[in-house]
Structure formats: structure tokens, C-alpha cells
Write a protein that binds this ligand. Structure first.
Ligand code: PNS
Length: 167
């Protein structure tokens, strides 16, 4: 079995992530989308919500499943038997980050390879943070996240209306 994992924070999953999942899934027997902790980011959506968004998004992709893990990516890859870690590259800024991550991960798990797919140009500007910001300010995120989750993401990002506005 050729197993691969697609790790990330997915806070929330976006159309950019989905593009990578759709293109990577046919290259492997099984692709696991795994939610990990990024110590540099504070997650906004709770883990269960992020997982639920991913599950809804990949429901029709037969060889894609979901998981979560709180430790090192290199350890998860070893334990799951996956040799390939898939990541998406949007810009050259992403490259520097991915290059460093791939090197450090191989230090801890020499059997593991990182495979970067170039994000499709129409998704290259999308980030989870941008999605949250646009939704929170009342913008339309329909083109940025998978249709199945768009309404829920927007509703959860919207500020509560029972709070008095700041003067
Ligand atoms: O979607 P992100 O935030 O770019 O994903 C980054 C992630 C979660 C894959 C990365 O932070 C990670 O691998 N976290 C697990 C902890 C770990 O293994 N750290 C060492 C490699 S950076």
C-alpha cells in the first residue's frame, strides 16, 4: 500500500487545501489528511470542528481519510506507515518554510519524503487566516472554501451580535 499524509492546521480547510487533496489522492492508495499542532499558530476553530470540516469536504473521495495527532509529524508518519508527506506550495515564501520543515522532518524520520505540489494559480492567494478575516468582516467566502462548509465557516467567524459595539 502506498500511504501518504497531508498534514496541516486546517483552520479551516480551504479550496487551496482541497485542490492539493484532489490532485494528490490519485497518486497514492490512501491519503490521510491529518490535523497537527502548529506551535507558531493559535488555532481559532476547535479541533473537532476542523476535523468535521475536513470530513465533510473529503466525503466523496474514496481513498482519503482524516486523523489528528498532537506530536511530531515525523513520529506520526512513522507510526502510520506513510513514507510520503504532501504539502502545497503557493509562493516562494512557502518554499523557504517547506524546505526547512522537510529537512528537519527527515532528520527525525529519514525514511520520510516530502512531496510539494504547486497550488493551482486560482487558489494561490487563499489562506485559512484570510478566510477567517474576510468572513468575520462580512465578506463572501463562497469562492474560498468548499461549498459544503462555507455557511458554517461564515457563521462561526461572524462576531456575536449580542455584544455591544465598541464606541
Ligand atoms: O497548515 P500549517 O500550519 O502550515 O501546518 C504546519 C504543520 C502543522 C504541518 C507543522 O507545524 C507540523 O508539522 N506540526 C507538528 C509538529 C512538528 O512536527 N514540528 C516539527 C516540524 S516543523
Amino acid at each position: 500500500m502506498r500511504l501518504a499524509i497531508f498534514p496541516g492546521s486546517f483552520d479551516p480547510i480551504t479550496n487551496g487545501h482541497l485542490d492539493i487533496i484532489r490532485r494528490a489522492a490519485p497518486l497514492f492508495d490512501q491519503l490521510t489528511v491529518v490535523v497537527l499542532v502548529n506551535p507558531d499558530k493559535r488555532a481559532v476553530f476547535p479541533l473537532e470542528r476542523r476535523l468535521a470540516f475536513i470530513r465533510e469536504t473529503v466525503a466523496n473521495l474514496s481513498n482519503v481519510n482524516t486523523a489528528h495527532f498532537e506530536g511530531l509529524l515525523a513520529d506520526y508518519a512513522r507510526a502510520s506507515g506513510a513514507r510520503v508527506v504532501v504539502r502545497g506550495l503557493r509562493t516562494e515564501a512557502d518554499f523557504l518554510y517547506e524546505f526547512q520543515m522537510a529537512q528537519i522532518n527527515r532528520q527525525f524520520n529519514p525514511a520520510m519524503e516530502t512531496l510539494c505540489l504547486m497550488t493551482a494559480p486560482q487558489h494561490a492567494f487563499i489562506s485559512s487566516g484570510m478566510v477567517r478575516q474576510i468572513a468575520a468582516l462580512g465578506g463572501d467566502i463562497a469562492a474560498l472554501v468548499p461549498p459544503a462548509i462555507a455557511a458554517d465557516v461564515a457563521a462561526l467567524c461572524r462576531p456575536r451580535t449580542d455584544q455591544a459595539p465598541n464606541e
